[in-house]
Design a protein around this ligand. Structure first.
Ligand code: PLP
Length: 337
């Protein structure tokens, strides 16, 4: 079996078990998972979905792919995740759902958003593409909202090459998600809605089953590397990530901020690190309302715009050793400008 078969079923069951959700539906990637998941939850033309202004593009594009409108809300300056106060301000009569993003591996403020959603009869969605195994108050993320959506892209905390997963506790949403990911087929050659071919292959699922076994060890290594950075980075003008109380941050990225007090600029710092054999990256250089396709002058998202100018990701993945972290800290702490 090469296309969707028994390995996909086994991976779905194992992943649902890991996240503590009743259902998991495997998809071809995290983008198709968001798209099919939102369609299954009933998002469509005329609806607004509130999302953070600071996240990867697919969080927004998939709302638009449903025919709905992404409405950008600002993020918390400490955690970089959706600011509940900004969400409350962005609600209109058309709002149907709020999509929080567990950005860089840190859970968003689930309870605060659940409360807002319950007060306004909105659905909560979780974009969990970057946060496999992260926990909020002792519970794995992916089961707090109507849908959760994961990505298994190679840089993610676990991979299937390309792949994604929709998680849900709602049997009707799960049924519809299966339809949307498989041509709307309720039985072979019987099509009850316009769906897509968003299926995962058995080859990808076989990789996923092995990766899932390794996920906790991978997360521990990421957390260990992050702790090392937290306690050893002492460079002026560089701030290290803040972890929200009650959160298990799994550090998809370890994101520092290069502030104005840092002698070199962020671009100079990237070159300085590169010249010393250290890779770094900017996630993300442009806040979503400033992307040409969304250019939304009305969105007031000063924190997101500032983060786009100051963030820098340091190597944290499980292949990075504590010796590597020591080198990175030594190089950073020797900054003279
Ligand atoms: C927050 C977020 N959402 C969605 C996606 C989309 O996942 P994929 O690349 O698997 O389509 C990504 C992946 O980069 C992501 O980081």
């Amino acid at each position: 079996m090469l296309a969707s078969g028994p390995k996909v079923t086994a991976f779905e069951e194992a992943f649902a078990g890991y996240c503590g959700t009743s259902y998991a539906i495997a998809t071809s990637n995290g983008t198709t998972s968001l798209h099919a998941g939102m369609l299954a939850a009933g998002i469509g033309p005329g609806d607004e979905v509130i999302i953070p202004a600071f996240t990867f593009f697919a969080t927004a594009s998939t709302v638009a792919m449903c025919g709905a409108t992404p409405v950008f809300a600002d993020v918390d300056p400490r955690t970089f995740t959706l600011d509940p106060a900004a969400v409350a301000e962005a609600i209109t009569a058309k709002t149907k759902a709020v999509m929080g993003v567990h950005l860089f591996g840190q859970p968003f403020d689930v309870n605060a958003l659940l409360e807002i959603c319950s007060d306004h009869k909105l659905m909560l969605f979780e974009d969990a593409a970057q946060a496999h195994g992260a926990e909020y108050r002792g519970q794995k993320i992916g089961g707090f909202g109507t849908i959760g959506s994961f990505s298994f892209y190679p840089t993610k905390n676990m991979t299937t090459g390309e792949g994604g997963m929709i998680t849900t506790g709602d049997p009707e949403v799960a049924r519809r998600a299966r339809l949307y990911t498989n041509h709307g087929q309720s039985e072979k050659y019987l099509h009850t809605l316009i769906g897509y071919n968003y299926r995962m292959t058995d080859i990808a699922a076989a990789i996923g089953l092995v990766q899932l076994e390794k996920l906790d060890a991978y997360s521990s290594r990421r957390i260990e590397n992050a702790r090392y950075y937290d306690t050893h980075i002492r460079a002026a003008g560089i701030t290290t990530p803040t972890v929200m109380p009650g959160a298990r941050h799994v550090y998809h990225q370890y994101v520092i901020q290069v502030t104005e007090e840092c002698p070199p600029s962020r671009d100079e710092l990237i070159t300085y690190l590169k010249d010393r054999g250290i890779g770094s990256a900017i996630h993300y250089p442009i806040a979503l309302p400033d992307q040409p396709v969304f250019a939304d002058e009305k969105a007031s998202c000063p924190i997101s715009r500032e983060l786009a100018q100051t963030v820098l990701s340091l190597p944290v993945h499980p292949g990075v050793t504590l010796e590597d972290c020591k080198k990175v800290c030594g190089v950073l702490n020797n900054l003279t400008g």
